[in-house]
Design a protein around this ligand. Structure first.
Ligand SMILES: [Ca+2]
Length: 320
């Protein structure tokens, strides 16, 4: 998947979050933009909204994807954060396959691992381990911080983001802290393992990739989300990205799971004044891929005006 380089963001969401979002009770500070290099070898592209799933009358919080199904934590509207339900959804048909009873928890992040569901409960500051078939609680342990949000599983260990404590923790499945790294107190609610590291939110519609040692190595912007949406949690699956939103003042946006697909970015066509080696009088305009620009400039070509006609004579001594 791609890691576009992005400079973020807007700041209005921070205010509306604390007022209108039940899943997140603490108010984040001003968001900080980050612009960091893309991960090596990552294909370019842009996550763009292609569809959405609605859970009527509920605010969608945590998201996880496993074996073709989406696991969703959701709450009643208007800031009620003590009545979470977990739904297992088919993201293709949008049908609910199974659903838990209501728990008196502030259910935020959710993930699947070791054949259990793990749910971050920000009311009791614990992670609950549940049977994914019966939704019976198997165990629970206290979290090291006080605002457990996103939780994800790397195949062996759990990772937990706690924006209030400004930390991401690596935990074993008994809750012992293996390691941690620092994060800013801005938007770091989401957590989703992806190969050698994890994505979290770093802005209203921006994701940032952290290595397990806490280095930010990529950012991505999520495109096409309705105005006012701030992404709460994300899940990857079936070449799609699923995103929940809780910050919008418009309730309908908080009922949605947005489905985004990666659109490959096409290289831009660039007009160049091509100077044939040894034959500068024959310089003429050509159209090339932006990827080839460097090589052309290196042998004496120059940029042509954007409206230059291909084939027309040109002169690199003239400044365009
Ligand atoms: Ca997630």
């Amino acid at each position: 998947m791609k890691r576009a380089i992005v400079l973020a963001l807007a700041s209005v969401f921070a205010v509306s979050l604390s007022l209108y979002y039940g899943c997140i009770s603490n108010e984040p500070g001003s968001p900080v933009g980050v612009g960091v290099p893309a991960r090596d070898g990552a294909p370019a592209g842009t996550w763009t909204v292609s569809d959405s799933i609605t859970i009527s009358g509920r605010e969608v919080c945590g998201l996880a994807y496993d074996s073709g199904y989406l696991w969703v934590t959701h709450m009643p509207p208007n800031g009620d954060s003590e009545h979470v339900i977990i739904s297992k959804l088919d993201p293709v048909s949008h049908q609910v396959v199974s659903q838990s009873r209501e728990f008196a928890w502030n259910g935020r992040g959710i993930c699947v691992g070791n054949n259990s569901l793990w749910l971050a409960d920000a009311l009791h500051d614990v992670i609950h381990e549940l049977d994914p078939t019966t939704f019976q609680e198997r165990s629970a342990f206290s979290t090291p911080g006080s605002e457990p949000c996103g939780v994800t599983f790397d195949g062996v260990a759990l990772w937990l983001t706690d924006p209030w404590y400004r930390s991401v923790y690596k935990l074993d499945t008994l809750g012992h802290v293996i390691s941690s790294f620092a994060i800013p107190y801005e938007y770091r609610w989401a957590l989703e393992w992806d190969g050698g590291g994890m994505w979290t939110t770093s802005g209203a519609t921006t994701l940032v990739f952290y290595t397990p040692s806490g280095q930010m190595t990529a950012t991505e912007e999520l495109m096409g989300l309705p105005r006012g949406v701030a992404v709460l949690d994300v899940a990857f699956g079936a070449d799609k990205l699923f995103a929940s939103s809780g910050s919008s003042m418009e309730y309908a946006k908080r009922e949605k799971i947005y489905i985004l697909e990666k659109r490959p970015s096409r290289p831009q066509a660039v007009r160049i004044c091509h100077v044939p080696p040894g034959n500068p009088e024959n310089a003429h305009v050509i159209v090339i891929s932006e990827k080839a620009v460097h090589a052309h400039l290196a042998h004496g070509d120059c940029f042509a005006p954007e409206d230059a006609i291909p084939g027309a004579p040109c002169d690199c001594a003239v400044r365009h």
